[in-house]
Design a protein around this ligand. Structure first.
Ligand code: AVI
Length: 321
C-alpha cells in the first residue's frame, strides 16, 4: 500500500545505524582495519565536505566546474535536443545547471540520490533555476540497479556523474558501476563523467591534507560519529589524519593513525590498536587518460570526447554506448 511505501525517517535511521554497526564491526576487527568512505557523510561530514570544496588546496571542484562551463555547449549539441539528464548521486546538484543552461529543450532532469532531504533540495534548486523543466527525483542507492521514471519514447539519455566520485570506487567497482549505468541508460545513451588525474604527489597530498585542517576534521569525524551513534569511546586526541599517495595503485588513501597502543570499546567489543596502526577510510583513485579510456571500454562505453584544464589537473569525459 502507499502507507507502507512512505519514507519513514525513524525506520531509515534504525536501518542506517544497523548498517553502520555491521560495517564498523567488520572493518575494525579485520586484520587491516578499514571503514567504508560512505560513512564520512553524516550531517557534520557533509558540512565539512562543503568547506573542503572551497579550500585553496582542493583543486578538483573548481577545476571541473570551469571545464564544464567550457564544454557544456558541445556536450549539449552531442546529446541532442530534447535529451534528459540522469544524475547519479545528485546530492546538492550544484553543477548540472551548467548543462541545462546549454541544452536545447531538455526533456527532464532525473536526480538520483539515497538521501531524500538532499535530493529534494537539489531538485527544487534546479527546478527553480530552469522553469518549465520536468524534474523527476528518484530516491535510490545509485550504485545498485534502479528503474528510471517513464520518459517519452526515444528521449536521448545523458548520464551525469561529476566530482570524481568514480575515484572513490576501486577500478573493479568503477567498471561494475559503469556497466550497470549502461544497462540503466540503454543503447545509444551517453554519460558525462568527471575524473581526477594523476599528478605531482605534493599537489595531491596537499589537496587531501590542507593547511587549515578541514580534511583532517572530515576524516576524524568518522571516529566522532562512531562515538555519537554507536556509543564507542574513541579518544580523538589519540588518532591523527593522514593522506598518503599510493604510487602503485595511483590513489590517495586517507587513514586514521593510532598514536599509541590503545584499547577502544565499541558496541560491547574491545578493539585493540597498535601504535602506528591505521584505519583506512577512503581511496581516491586518479586516472591517466589511457587508463580511464580502458576502464570505460571494459564496461562497454566508448570515450567520445574529453576536455581538460590547461594544467592537466582534471578531465571531463563524454562516453557513448
Ligand atoms: C567525494 N570525493 C570525490 C572526494 C575526493 O576527492 O575523493 C572526497 C574527499 N575526501 C577528502 N577530500 C575530498
Amino acid at each position: 500500500s502507499r502507507a507502507e511505501n512512505r519514507y519513514d525517517p525513524e525506520a531509515e535511521a534504525r536501518t542506517q545505524r544497523a548498517a553502520l554497526l555491521a560495517d564498523a564491526v567488520a572493518g575494525l576487527t579485520a586484520e587491516r582495519k578499514t571503514l567504508p568512505c560512505k560513512w564520512l557523510y553524516d550531517a557534520e561530514g557533509a558540512r565539512l565536505f562543503e568547506d573542503i570544496i572551497r579550500l585553496p588546496e582542493y583543486y578538483p571542484t573548481r577545476t571541473e566546474t570551469a571545464i564544464l562551463r567550457g564544454c557544456a555547449a558541445e556536450v549539449a549539441a552531442l546529446a541532442g535536443p530534447g535529451a534528459a539528464v540522469v544524475e547519479f548521486g545528485s546530492g546538492s546538484a550544484e553543477k548540472v545547471g551548467l548543462l541545462f543552461d546549454a541544452m536545447e529543450r531538455p526533456a527532464a532532469y532525473v536526480p538520483v540520490d539515497i538521501a531524500p532531504e538532499w535530493l529534494e533540495e537539489g531538485a527544487a534548486r534546479v527546478a527553480a533555476a530552469h522553469p518549465g523543466l520536468t524534474v523527476l527525483p528518484v530516491v535510490a542507492d545509485f550504485t545498485r540497479p534502479f528503474p528510471l521514471p517513464r520518459l517519452p519514447r526515444g528521449t536521448p539519455l545523458l548520464g551525469f556523474f561529476p566530482g570524481s566520485t568514480i575515484g572513490n570506487f576501486t577500478p573493479d567497482t568503477a567498471r561494475e558501476f559503469l556497466r550497470m549505468a549502461g544497462r540503466i541508460l540503454g543503447p545509444g545513451s551517453r554519460m558525462l563523467i568527471g575524473a581526477d588525474r594523476v599528478k605531482d604527489q605534493a599537489v595531491l597530498e596537499a589537496a587531501y591534507d590542507d593547511a587549515a585542517g578541514v580534511t583532517a576534521a572530515f576524516n576524524m569525524n568518522l571516529l566522532a560519529r562512531l562515538n555519537r551513534e554507536l556509543g564507542a569511546d574513541f579518544d580523538l586526541s589519540a588518532f591523527r589524519h593522514e593522506a598518503r599517495w599510493n604510487a602503485e595503485k595511483e590513489r590517495i588513501e586517507m587513514h586514521l593513525v593510532s598514536l599509541r597502543p590503545q584499547l577502544v570499546r565499541m558496541a560491547g567489543r574491545r578493539l585493540r590498536f597498535a601504535g602506528g596502526e591505521t584505519i583506512h577510510t577512503e581511496n581516491s583513485h586518479k586516472y591517466r587518460p589511457e587508463g580511464f579510456t580502458a576502464l570505460c571500454a571494459a564496461a562497454g562505453w566508448q570515450a567520445e570526447r574529453h576536455w581538460g584544464d590547461a594544467d592537466g589537473l582534471f578531465s571531463v569525459w563524454l562516453l557513448k554506448q
